[in-house]
Design a protein around this ligand. Structure first.
Ligand code: ATP
Ligand code: TZP
Ligand code: MG
Ligand code: MG
Length: 260
């Protein structure tokens, strides 16, 4: 009943995210029933993070100052028991991004890493190819998710055609989704914010909350594609937001595909 809980509790999600996806992320969180706030200044990062339901650290358009503010916010969230999601956008593409992600992981107790296979592999020290913000990895994403979760003592959500969720021991897979999600910028980034909202209302079972978030998100894309197949990806983006708003827990339960 996590969607219902989000709609009732309306958790505040503090997003320190990139300039490309700010508006889309705020609208996606509102559609879901959460309450977004985007705030970056180091002077207020701790104050906001500690009263939030969840904190998102997304390094998409990082600077040294922003990473410092993220660490301040992350530490305040940790002290207050607020879950923290890290999206290591483009890790592996430059050493600045890889090092910044590893620094955040070292200084902040991250609850969930959400990234594509290339990004997560780069952090775990596995060979991967990351071009800009698009990452790919040959091989086994199940083992990758397990390894990353163990290495960073968190839950790993490795997304792509199949989403893989692991706490380092157990693995869950979600097959919902549509390739058009890769034609709209920020869909990975918004998923990180959606994960933050789901785990904020289900702190005692983070892996299951991540699985439900990934399934909900994928189902919304499948329904949006069915509605806008003829029109194209601009209409798909709008229909996707509509579906994020419309879907219920019962829909998600019925339509979740955890096997091929
Ligand atoms: P990238 O930077 O490579 O675009 P990302 O950070 O945007 O990665 P994705 O891995 O694209 O993140 O995941 C975003 C969403 O798109 C997830 O819900 C995922 O399940 C979905 N998705 C990605 N690729 C596909 C695909 N080929 N088929 C179906 N769904 C997909
Ligand atoms: N450049 C820097 S951040 C960003 C781009 C294009 C957005 C990446 O969004 P996503 O969700 O990882 O595709
Ligand atoms: Mg994408
Ligand atoms: Mg991304």
């Amino acid at each position: 009943m996590l969607l219902e809980r989000i709609k009732t509790e309306n958790p505040l999600i503090h997003c320190m995210t990139n300039v490309v996806v700010t508006n889309f992320t705020a609208n996606g969180l509102l559609a879901l029933g959460a309450s977004p706030v985007m705030a970056y200044a180091k002077e207020e990062a701790a104050d906001l993070a500690q009263v939030a339901g969840g904190l998102l650290l997304n390094i998409g358009t990082l600077s040294t100052e922003e990473v410092e503010a993220m660490i301040i916010a992350g530490k305040a969230a940790n002290q207050a028991g607020v879950p923290v999601v890290l999206d290591p956008v483009g890790a592996g593409a430059t050493s600045f991004r890889t090092e910044a992600s590893l620094k955040i992981l070292k200084e902040v107790d991250i609850t969930v890493i959400r990234g594509n296979a290339g990004e997560v592999a780069s952090l775990a020290g596995i060979e991967a190819s990351v071009k800009g913000v698009d990452g790919a990895m040959e091989g086994d994403t199940i083992e990758l998710a397990k390894l990353a979760a163990k290495q960073f003592s968190c839950v790993a959500v490795v997304t792509g055609e199949v989403d893989v969720i692991s706490d380092g021991v157990h693995v869950q897979t979600v097959y919902n989704g549509h390739p058009w999600l890769t034609k709209v910028v920020g869909t990975g980034c918004l998923l990180g914010a959606v994960v933050a909202a789901f785990i904020s209302v289900s702190k005692d079972d983070i892996p299951n909350a991540c699985r439900k978030a990934a399934a909900y998100y994928g189902i919304a894309s499948e329904r949006a594609f069915a509605e806008t197949n003829e029109q194209g990806i601009g209409s798909f983006q709008q229909a996707f937001l509509n579906q994020l708003n419309k879907l219920t827990d019962a829909d998600v339960k019925q339509l979740t595909r955890t096997e091929k």
